[in-house]
Ligand binder design. Sequence first.
Ligand code: SF4
Length: 114
Amino acid sequence: MIDRCGRNIDYLRISVTDRCNLRCIYCMPEEGVQHVSRSLILQEEEILRICRVMAALGIRKIKLTGGEPLVRSGMPKLVEKLKNMTGIEKVTLTTNGVLLKEQMKDLAGPGWTD
Ligand code: SF4
């Protein structure tokens, strides 16, 4: 996908949640933040549909981010589906690492590369 400045855009970053299990002061202050209503968070099928359309337009790399993406349930399954998507060459994930140990085995399953 070529933007108006002639740059090739092949990278898409998707926030899968605005929630996090940490409270870094510059991001989630003690007094809290107003979270987006669950109904406004992209559902898995919506994420997959967006990625299919973007892959058809030339996106090759997808980064899943948050908040903390690993607090969202079903992440290993979503990652696997994205990795198996036609046109997508790489799927990565930002994480604060807190839940990585318990989810690593599932994330490292079929379709996952770092
Ligand atoms: S999203 Fe990142 S910066 Fe924000 S509270 Fe969580 S770990 Fe900290």
